[in-house]
Write a protein that binds this ligand. Sequence first.
Ligand SMILES: Nc1ncnc2c1ncn2[C@@H]1O[C@H](COP(=O)(O)OP(=O)(O)OP(=O)(O)O)[C@@H](O)[C@H]1O
Ligand SMILES: [Mg+2]
Length: 465
Amino acid sequence: MKEDGIKDRRSDITITDLDSLRAVMIGRQIGEYKITEEVGRGGMGIVYMGIHTFLEQDVAIKMLNPAMTLDPQIKERFLNEAKIQCKLSHPNITTIHNFLQFESYYCIVMEYIPGKLIKIKDVSKRERNLSQAIVIRGPQTLVEIKNTVLQILKALTYAHSKNIIHRDIKPSNILFTELGIPKLSDFGIAKIIGGEKTKTTTGQAIGTAWYISPEQVMGKLVDARSDIYSLGITLYEMATGKVPFDGDTDFAIYKAHLEKRPKNPRDLNPNIAKELESIILKCIAKEPANRYASAQDLYRAVESLQFGKANASIPTPKNKQAKKIIITRKKLFNPVPYLLPIFFIIAIITAYLLLKNVVRLPFLVQKPSKNFTMVPDLRGMQADQAADTLKTLRLHLQAIKENETNKYKAGVICNQEENPGDTLAVGDTVKVYLSKEMIKFCSNCHAPVTLDQKFCTKCNTRIRE
Ligand SMILES: Nc1ncnc2c1ncn2[C@@H]1O[C@H](COP(=O)(O)OP(=O)(O)OP(=O)(O)O)[C@@H](O)[C@H]1O
Ligand SMILES: [Mg+2]
C-alpha cells in the first residue's frame, strides 16, 4: 500500500480547470444533446444537465475532466463505467443512454435523476443523493434507512447475480428520484468477477477512501462481500451521521480500515436499535468471512428490523452540559402537587371527546399501543415498487382500478386514496389507482401485466383470467 497510491480524490483536480471547462460547455450542443446547466462535480469531472433536442428528454451528461484523459487508467475506468452499467437494467440502477467522444472530451449520457424536494423550515431544498441527505438532515430515520438500503440491496443482488461487483458504494453514488426512489450509480470502478480482473493492473487501492473495504485497500481480489462492507459503512453513516474511519490523509483512513476497531454506532446515537447496530458491525467486519455472505442475506436482516424499537433520527444531548441541564431541571421541578388537577383536566377533555365521538372507544380500549405510520407518496411508482415501499412501513397495497391520465405511463400509480402524509395504523391498506391500459396485476408480486399475458414476467406466477 502506497501513500500516493490513489488518484481518486477531489484534491487531484484543480477547480480552475473545471471552472473553465464549465464555462466552455454550458449552452453547447454535443451531438443530439444540448448542455443546459451544471448538476455537480466529482473526482472525475463535471456532471451536467442536458436535453435531447429532438425528444426533449432531460439527461445527465457526465464529462471526464479532459486533463484526465491523459491517464490511461482513469480513461479506462470511465469507459468501463459506461460499458458495465449498460449491461444492467434495474429500477434501482441509473440507466445509460449513450456514450459520446468528441475532440478530447468523453461523455456518458444517462438518465437524469432530479433528487427529492424536501422542506426545512419552509425552505425547499433538493436532495440529489444520500450524501446530501445526511449532510442536510443528519442521521436518517429507520423508515428512511430501510427504504433506501433495501432498494439498493435489490440493485446489488441483481448486479452480483451478473457477477458484477460495484466496488464504489458510497452515499454520493446513491441518487434519489423526485419520489425518493434510490438509484445506484457510478459503476466506474466496477469489474466483472473473474480471476485477476477484480484487481487493478497495478494492484493499487481504488474506491473512495472512507468506504473502501480492507481487501480493496490491500489490492486483493474482491467479491460481493466487499460491496457489503462499503454499504455497511454507508449504513453506519446513515444511522450516526458519521463515518467510522476518518483521518487527515487517505493513507490514515486506509490504515484505520485495516487496523482500527470502529466505535459502536450506539455510542454515537443511543437511539439506534441494538439489532441495527449488530447488522452494521457485521457488515463492516474486517474479515470478509465474518460479514453477510450475500446481498440477499443482508436484505433479510434489514427487512426484519422492527419499527418502534429505534428511530435513528432522534437527536441526543451531545455534551455533558446538555445532560446537566436536564438533570437540574428534574431536581427543580416536583410534579406531585400538580398530578391531581392534571388528572381531572385530562378526564374532562377525554369525556368531552368521547361524547363528540372524536375518540373511538374500541381504539382506546383494545389497542392503546398500536403503531402508526405515515402514508408515502406512491404516485409515479410501479405497483410492485409501491408494494415494497409500503412493506417497509408495514402497510399493504391495494390496486383498485385504473384511471385515465396522460401524466403517467400505463401501469403506473397515478393517484392514491390515502393522501401522502396521512397517518394510518400499521397493517392498514393504501388504495391506489393505476393509469390505463395495463389493468391486471400479478397476484404474487403486484407487477403490472398486459391483458394477454399468461405468466408474470417478473416472478413467473400464472396470471388468473
Ligand atoms: N444521473 C444523474 N442525474 C442527476 N445528478 C447526477 C447524476 N449522476 C451524478 N449526479 C450528481 O452529480 C454530482 C457528481 O457526481 P459524480 O458521480 O461525478 O461524483 P461523486 O459520486 O459525488 O464523487 P466521486 O467522483 O468521488 O465518486 C453528484 O452530486 C451527483 O448527485
Ligand atoms: Mg458518483
